[in-house]
Design a protein around this ligand. Sequence first.
Ligand SMILES: [Fe+2]
Length: 434
Amino acid sequence: MRFYPFRCWPKIGLLCLCLTLTIACGGGEKTFTRSKSTSGPVPESPHSLTFWGQTATPQRIILNLTTTPATSQAVTWRTVVPVAHPQAQIAPASGLSDFDKNARSVAADTETVTLDDGRMLAHHAVVFDALAPDTVYAYRVGATGAWSEWNQFKTADDHPAPFKFVTFGDPQEEVRSKCSRVFRAAYQHAPDADFWHFVGDLVDNGDRDAEWAELFDAFGWIPRMTPMIFLPGNHAYPNRRRVKPDAFRIFDLWRPHFTLPENGPAGLEETVYFLDYQGVRMVMLNGNEKLAEQALWLDRILSRNPQPWTIAAIHQPVYNTGKWRNRSTLQDLFVPIFDKYAVDLVLQGHDHTYSRTYKLKNGTRVGPDEPGTVYVISVSGPKSYPVGPQHAALMEKSGTGRQLFQVIRVSQRHLEYEALDAAGTRYDAFVLKK
Ligand SMILES: [Fe+2]
């Protein structure tokens, strides 16, 4: 969700007018209640707001990290009907049952998406700001009569401190059926992960709402509690060979579902960005378009990087393992920059294999105590490709046919990496030292 002040109001105003007229004429159920954004809890209605039998209960609720994760937090959700005064409420969490008595309300920004079947959906977003670092907050989203449950999240520390996050390769296919178990295994293994990270291809066809429904079904309530960050894979775009160049752009369903940082190159907001988390600069790249612009931007943001650790991520691998694949363009553009700033780790997907290189510099293996970069490719979904021979000499570990997740623990002196499979069995591990 991009934040354009007032851009959406004409559409939303029209939708709300239609809703009001419909209810006034006797259409729909009569639980619609107008409300203003207020401080303090709003009484619950016994029924969710409904409209032509469809509920306004918030769905697809997801937390995303901001560029200031110690003091702000983004949340995005959608409703399948328009609602008046969408908002979120937040209060410091406590064990007391009246923790919500001093909740503050924040009005949402709303963007509408029209699906191919004509359904018009409303995606809402709020960025909570002025939060305290390292603090647990409770929040809920919705509108009068149609609230979510209260969920909780914890803000980041405002200085380098040990933390862990989970990173996933492509889910892409059989997301509800076979990726849900990976997500649940990851949550069981690291329930206190500070955030989850994905390297793209969340779904196979990024323009099909039913596939996004599968993804959120597979996530369950985890994205309501654990903030997530994403970058787009090629399946967030149309097939380049089947569209004219001016139609090659990210599908309309990507941005409304998330509220991701907008500090990347122009035109690549929410797909290319960086944020600093407790001593790590996390850099998301978009391997689908404007690569040269991204290389310039990457050089600039890494030249002013005060964080001791740097982790980059891109969907398409720099050193492919998928048979018949080789993307030398990415090597030419990005490896000199990764080398120049000794990026510690590059997380990738796309090949539907697992591989982890030795520490590399300029495409050559270096010693474990020398500056260099480890490149990982992984996959969380069931789709698998055979491992090709093209970069076998660079790989310390490779394989295929296994659904995996990775847990990364970072402290001042160590980065501990662990890859586990869907059954919770350790598949790979290594440690980087500063
Ligand atoms: Fe891909």
